[in-house]
Design a protein around this ligand. Structure first.
Ligand code: G1P
Length: 292
């Protein structure tokens, strides 16, 4: 069944990058010249997603504005005559009318609760979850790779994107165990959210891309708080895995955790170097700072 909808949980407070996120949503932090949220929207659109569901919170209204038209800007750019490139960028970034939904998570109860807030908008069909603070630099994007993988698996399959992390960092992530493997896809053999140091079943971390069956919502409805006192998506997935198939996908591409200061800086460099018009200048500047 086609994956038509993607849920973007964007209610988080962004405490890892304060003070930048005091008055501005972390999803609006820019990598080169685009906000994080635009990158993940583009990734979802490339993957064939038709409806984009944003689970927002207080202080996040600017995300909705970002995906709306800006008439003053459009008219001013059009009247200047030499701003065609800028007009094209805005048009390209713009979702079709009616293709977005915004709902609020009213309290910071965790990722599982945020996804549950989208239940009525998603309805009874499989859907994607995309965490905007994780960017993957690759063409095709991570979600497209996952949807292609899902097409080769049975109906009612769930998929998580995974990436190896150093053993000393496994306690910061959801981690999955590895069962039968076919190339880059494997059967998930157990999952655990933020395992205490030294107890992780593998070094494969759950990254911010999921394809889930709608039965997850029923589980989330009564999901108790887990790691960090939050309602965890991983805990609901553990329950769902008892009745449905779960697969891990080792995707192609470099993952950047832009919700951390170091990851955010690294992403700006990596994405900047991919831009032909910026690359040479950026390399020259970096050499200067590195004293070469
Ligand atoms: C969430 C998930 C976790 C996953 C991580 C990826 O954690 O709960 O399983 O590994 O995203 O970024 P968070 O970073 O919100 O604590």
């Amino acid at each position: 069944m086609k994956i038509r909808k993607a849920v973007f949980p964007v209610a988080g407070l962004g405490t890892r990058v304060l003070p930048a996120t005091k008055a501005m949503p972390k999803e609006m932090l820019t990598i080169v010249d685009k906000p994080l949220i635009q990158y993940v929207y583009d990734e979802a659109r490339e993957a064939g997603i038709e409806h984009f569901v944003f689970v927002t919170g207080r202080n996040k209204a600017v995300i909705e504005d970002h995906f709306d038209r800006m008439f003053e800007l459009d008219t001013t750019l059009a009247s200047r005559g030499n701003k065609k490139a800028e007009q094209d960028v805005l048009a390209e970034n713009q979702p079709p009318a009616g293709a977005t939904s915004f709902t609020r998570q009213q309290a910071p109860l965790g990722l599982g609760h945020a996804v549950w807030c989208a239940r009525d908008i998603v309805g009874n069909e499989p859907f994607a979850v995309v965490l905007p603070d994780e960017l993957v630099l690759n063409t095709p994007g991570c979600l497209k790779q996952m949807i292609e993988a899902a097409g080769k698996l049975g109906e009612k399959s769930n998929l998580i994107a995974v990436e190896p992390v150093p053993a000393e960092l496994t306690h910061q992530y959801g981690i999955c165990g590895v069962g039968k493997r076919t190339g880059k896809i494997f059967e998930v053999d157990g999952m655990v959210e933020k395992p205490p140091k030294g107890t992780a079943p593998s070094n494969l971390s759950i990254t911010g891309r999921y394809i889930l069956q709608p039965e997850i919502f029923k589980i989330l409805e009564t999901q108790e708080r887990g790691a960090g006192g939050e309602i965890q998506l991983t805990d609901a997935m553990i329950t769902l895995a008892k009745s449905q198939a779960f697969y891990g996908v080792e995707f192609e591409g470099e993952r950047h955790d832009c919700g951390s200061k170091a990851g955010f800086l690294r992403a700006n460099i990596a994405f900047g170097l991919k831009r032909p018009e910026l690359r040479d200048g950026l390399i020259a500047e970096m050499k200067k700072y590195l004293g070469q």
